[in-house]
Structure formats: C-alpha cells, structure tokens
Design a protein around this ligand. Structure first.
Ligand SMILES: Cc1ncc(COP(=O)(O)O)c(C=O)c1O
Length: 407
C-alpha cells in the first residue's frame, strides 16, 4: 500500500489564492460579462524591461550555434550574474557578500519553501502572522507542527504583527531556532528599521538561531534610511540567509529567476554540537535537486544590472509605486487606517470587518478582487490587502469603486 505523508492532511483548507480564484470564478459565472479588476494576487502586469528582453533574445540566439551553445549550466548559477549581484546589490550597500555566497534559483518561493529541509524536525520555528503562507505550509508538510486550531498550528511560534508594533514584531520573549522575517512585508507593506533588524540579529547571535530574511520586495524601497538587505546589519552574515527575486523587481513572475545568499560565516550545528557551514549544506541540496536556471533567463536577469536595465527597472517600480500612492491616498481619504503603500507595492487596510465578508462585498459590489487579510493568518482578520500591480487606469477605477462599496 502506498502511504501518504500525513502532514499534508494537517494543511488548512485550500491555499489562499486557490480559494480566491474559486470565488472569482463563481462571480464570473453568475455575472457574465461584468468587468473584474484584479488587485489580489501579487502578480505584475507590465512587460519585461527592454534591456532584459534584448539580453533574453541574445541568450536564445547563442543557443543556436555550436560555438556558443550552453547545455547544463552551473547549478549555482553563472558567474556573470552572481558577480553582478554581489557588486550591485550588496557591495554598493556596504555588505560584504561574495559571488560564492550566491545561489541562483527559479524562485524565492521555492527557496524559502525548501530551505527548511536542511534543519532538524525538532527545531523551534518562529513565523510572523500575518505572513506569506509558504513559510508555514512548508513547515507543516515537514512535520514540524501539530494540527491547526483557529488558524494556529500547534508547535509553531507566531510573531504577531499588529497596529501596536507597526507590523514589525520584536524578538522580546521569543524562543526560537529558526526565524522567518520578510521586509518590505507581504502582506502588510511594513518595512523594518536598522534598529529593529539589529534586535533580531542580536537575538540570533545570542541564541545560535538562524534568520531567514525574505527581501522579495526590496526594489520598492525608496527611503535610503531603510535597510535594503539584512547584511547591512553588523554580524548578520553569521546568522542570516537572504532571499531575493527578480519577480517583482523586473517583472520575472513568469520568466522565473531569483537568488539566495548564504555567507560563508553563517554556521549551523548537528546534535553533537559539530559546526557546519550552512552554505555547504545548501550547495549539496541545490546541486542534488536543482538543475539551474536556463541560460537566456540568467542573461536577462543580468541585464537588470546594466545602466539601461537599472533605469528601466526603476521606472517600472516607480509605475507601481505611483499606483500604491493612489491606493493609499484613496483608502486613507475613505477613513481607513493603512500600512504600506510607500516603499512597498502592498497596502494593508484596516476595515475592522470580517476579511472574507469584505472580500465578497468588494467583489460583488465593486467588481474588484482584493486579498482577505485573514488568509495570511489570524492577525490579518479585519484587514484586506490591496496590491498596486495593475494599470494606473484600473487602479483609479478600482479605488473609486471600492470607496463607494465600503461607504
Ligand atoms: C514574500 C514573498 N516571497 C517570495 C515570493 C515568491 O517569489 P518568486 O516569484 O521568486 O517565487 C513572493 C511572491 O509573491 C512573496 O510575496
């Protein structure tokens, strides 16, 4: 008899976006022809920057000739891309990251989901609430939790993001070995200051813990005071892993390219106290289970770092940030308290009403899809997340309709 991994049966109902898609499909069936504006799932809408497209085409053309053809590439990624990342994403911010610390992959989703398999089942895991659902679900699948009651899995520590702490939980009173953090945050749009990140780095260093820092939205940071990488914090290289992605930075959600940074100084231990370089363990996993990102895609990603690419990416993000500013302004004008919307593509709106009911009301009355806050955890109840990934015209139209529906 083929038996299943019963941890899968602990997973709660359906994945958030599957449930949203189901409700949207029902709405469409019952309201044929009615226009729907999607501001729910965080998928980008603008095409790839010109510089990336050009490099992508060149990469494909190179595959056409025997002299430039590429077969299996290095699992960790081509050096030309890892060098550009080390120089322009890290050294430029004063973070001493070398190309050897970088692993190119096909997604921050996969990397943030997969990395937990390097750690013992017994470790204590702390995960923010509200949160990008992948961190919780992958720990459930791995058997690190009991069952869920009222949206909380037994065995997990929840780092509550509330209005009081500005949606930036502190390490005070926390007991954990593995800590997930995400800034700019999905779903709240909150960003963390240097002092707030330093508190976590200090905690991890004092407790031999590890921070998994998801910086998928770093490109939206415009305030130079906000740390762009956790490696700006002294000592973070000993206790942190950083995940980044070209998905939101350069419109690669369908193209697929991301990377994970594990500095050489980052150490982990076995049950006898023997020390290991985390980078070596991840390298072993990566080279066993992953074949690398295709050459043309890595060429396209590297073009982000060219002078034209930098300008085009900035323009692209500016476009979404302008949308975010409009959403923030409209929702604030309508009397709602909001977080995010600056330095982030997400606006976290406090409606104070049941999240799924608000979702249904906005869908049915305004024809707009948002994301119910409770889908990101118990602390998200009473909130909705509005995403800036859409056209300016649609954002303006949607905001007028939402404001009217929520009156
Ligand atoms: C916080 C966060 N991390 C990671 C990802 C996934 O990134 P990728 O497209 O590189 O898998 C997302 C996507 O929405 C996200 O919100």
């Amino acid at each position: 008899m083929i038996q299943i991994n019963e941890n899968y049966t602990k997973l709660q109902a359906s994945y958030l976006f599957v449930e949203i898609a189901r409700r949207v499909a029902d709405f469409q069936k019952n309201n044929p022809g009615k226009e729907i504006i999607k501001m729910g799932i965080g998928d980008v809408t603008k095409p790839l920057p010109e510089a990336c497209l050009k490099a992508f085409h060149e990469g494909v053309d190179e595959l056409a000739s025997e002299t430039t053809f590429k077969g299996y590439g290095p699992e960790r990624g081509y050096e030309f891309l890892r060098k550009a990342i080390a120089e322009q994403d890290y050294k430029s911010r004063g973070a001493d990251i070398s190309p050897d610390d970088i692993f190119i992959s096909d997604g921050a989703k996969c990397d943030t989901g997969n990395i937990q398999e390097l750690f013992a089942k017994e470790i204590r895991v702390a995960i923010p609430d509200p949160v990008y659902p992948v961190y919780v679900d992958t720990n459930v699948m791995a058997g690190r939790t009991g069952t869920a009651t009222d949206q909380r899995y037994e065995g997990l520590t929840y780092l509550e993001g509330t209005e009081e702490n500005g949606f930036v939980p502190s390490p005070e009173g926390v007991e954990a070995d593995l800590i997930y953090l995400c800034f700019p945050n999905n779903p709240t749009g909150a960003t963390a200051t240097k002092e707030q990140l330093k508190a976590w780095v200090d905690y991890a260093r004092a407790n031999k813990a590890l921070i998994l820092f998801d910086a998928a939205y770093v490109a939206f940071i415009r305030n130079p005071e906000i740390p762009h990488t956790i490696f700006e914090i002294p000592g973070a290289e000993e206790v942190a892993v950083e995940f980044r992605s070209y998905s939101k930075t350069a419109g690669f959600t369908g193209t697929r390219c991301a990377y994970t940074v594990i500095p050489s100084a980052c150490k982990v231990w076995d049950s006898t106290g023997k020390e290991y370089a985390l980078k070596d363990l991840w390298n072993r996993r990566h080279s066993t289970k992953f074949n690398g990102v295709s050459y043309p895609v890595q060429k396209a990603a590297a073009a982000v770092y060219s002078p034209e690419g930098q300008k085009q990416v900035r323009d692209l993000i500016d476009y979404y940030l302008k949308n975010a500013a409009i959403i923030l302004e409209k929702m604030t004008e309508a009397g709602f308290s909001c977080t995010g919307g600056t330095n982030s593509p997400y606006i976290w709106v406090k409606t104070g009403t049941d999240s799924w009911e608000t979702f249904d009301r906005i869908l049915n009355e305004a024809g707009v899809v948002v994301t119910p806050g409770s889908g990101f955890g118990r602390c998200g109840e009473g909130f909705i997340r509005i995403s800036a990934f859409n056209s300016l015209e649609n954002v303006q139209k949607a905001m007028d309709r939402i404001a009217a529906a929520l009156k």
